[in-house]
Every structure is written in C-alpha cells, then in structure tokens.
Design a protein around this ligand. Structure first.
Ligand code: ADE
Length: 239
C-alpha cells in the first residue's frame, strides 16, 4: 500500500517510523511518503491560510497549494487514489472503515489546520477521486495530523503480513463479526501485590476458560458500551 501524508507539520509523522508501522515500511509492505504542503506555495512567507469569506473567527487553508499538491500526487504515481480528509465533520472512524481503507492501493491524507480547507478543494477531489472525510470522534483537535497517526496505525496493522499472528486480529475488541469488548488479560506472576490471577485461567480447562472470557467480555461491554449489545448502532459490522 502507498501512503501520502500532506501537512504543514510533516514532523508530526516521525513516530510512524517506530514499532509495527515502522517495520511494515522497512519490510516494503507500506510505501510511506510525507509531503510538506508549503513546497506548493510561491510567496516569500509560504502562506497556506487566509481569512474566511463571510467573516468569522479563524483562518481557512487556501485552495491553490492543495490543488498543486493533488496534481503532484497524480504525477508521482498512477495507482488509483483515495483521499482521506480528517475533520470533526466527517464519517466516524471505526474498525469497519479501517478494514475498508486497508483494501485500497493508495491513500492520500490531506491534513487541514485552523478552520479547515477551502470547500472547493474538497469538491474538486470528490469529483476526481474517491474522497472520504473522517472524524476520529466528537471532539476538536488542532488539525488532522493526530487523527492521521491513529487512522494509519489502525489500517496498516490490518495489511497482510504486518501482524505476525493474524488470529490475534479476530479476538480483539471491534473485530469483524464480534461486537464485544475484549476480556481482561493476565500474565505471570500468579500473585502480584496480593492480587491473584483468576483461578480458572490456571485450570487448563479450555472450554471453561473460553466460557469465562465470554462472560467477562459481555459484562464489560454491557457496562461500558451498552450500544454494542443492546441495539444496532454497534461498530459498523451489523449484528
Ligand atoms: N481535525 C480536528 N478535529 C478532528 C477530529 N475530531 N477528527 C478528525 N480530524 C480532526
């Protein structure tokens, strides 16, 4: 998969060189390309924002640098392109969307700052490419960069070959087909600061352990996320 991340703060993305995503890059499973939007400005101050038409607080990102950025994206690779624009006004990000994005050959992330990007850039992109506006949640970040870190990590770990044991993807919270939060996990030692590991986990009785885990998962989900068990809002995978 090819990833292009466009931002006025490209340094935000250095953590992607670490851990699992970093390994996926080193292994050639992910081709990561980070671009500084200011390279597509032509004034002395490398201006990327301006005041909003109609008035109001804040600044809006100018369309011209973004237009040139997308032209350059097309020149750099002929792979079909999906544009992801992080915005609190977007489709809520969930595991179903992570799986959808993991099927694309190329994702181009356009990071807005301030009050966002001039709407004409969004309209231009949605005419030319597949475009998905994505929200990380109902809160406001200062820009799209932190959202991109989360989305890229959630997507890259789903790519074939990235996670050593793909079975671990099936068991985790929000995995397709099971809508429960994950049960609590324990490791050695059996007693730590007077707290013992639940005895059943030491019993060797696999059926009883599976049953216990399912009960704990149900209990946790009912308590923390009743929407996942009691109705159809869920995690996007249906019942
Ligand atoms: N940019 C600013 N806030 C955001 C959010 N909640 N999700 C995605 N991108 C954002």
């Amino acid at each position: 998969m090819r990833l292009d991340l466009i931002s006025i703060f490209p340094d935000y993305f250095s953590p992607l060189q670490l851990s699992l995503v970093g390994k996926a890059i080193t292994a050639g499973l992910v081709d990561l390309n980070v671009h500084d939007l200011r390279q597509w400005t032509h004034d002395r101050h490398h201006t990327t924002d301006d005041t909003p038409y109609g008035g109001g607080a804040g600044m809006v990102m100018k369309p011209e640098p973004w237009g040139e950025a997308f032209d350059a994206m097309e020149e750099q690779s002929a792979l079909p392109l999906t544009v992801v624009v992080p915005t609190p006004a977007g489709r809520p990000f969930d595991q179903a969307l992570a799986y959808e994005l993991a099927e694309r050959q190329r994702l181009v992330f356009a990071c807005g700052r301030y009050e966002g990007i001039d709407q004409r850039v969004i309209d231009h992109c949605s005419e030319k490419y597949e475009l998905i506006e994505v929200s990380l949640g109902d809160y406001v970040l200062n820009g799209g960069e932190v959202a991109v870190l989360a989305i890229v990590e959630a997507v890259v770990r789903l790519l074939p070959g990235v996670i050593g044991n793909p079975a671990s993807l099936d068991e985790e919270s929000h995995a397709p087909g099971h809508r429960l939060l994950e049960y609590p996990n324990y490791t050695k030692p059996p007693v730590w600061r007077d707290r013992a590991v639940p005895e059943i986990l030491l019993s060797g009785n696999h059926a009883a352990i599976a049953n216990w885990r399912r009960e704990r998962a149900l209990e946790r989900t009912r308590e923390r996320r009743p929407d996942l068990v009691d109705d159809d809002i869920g995690n996007g995978f249906g019942a």
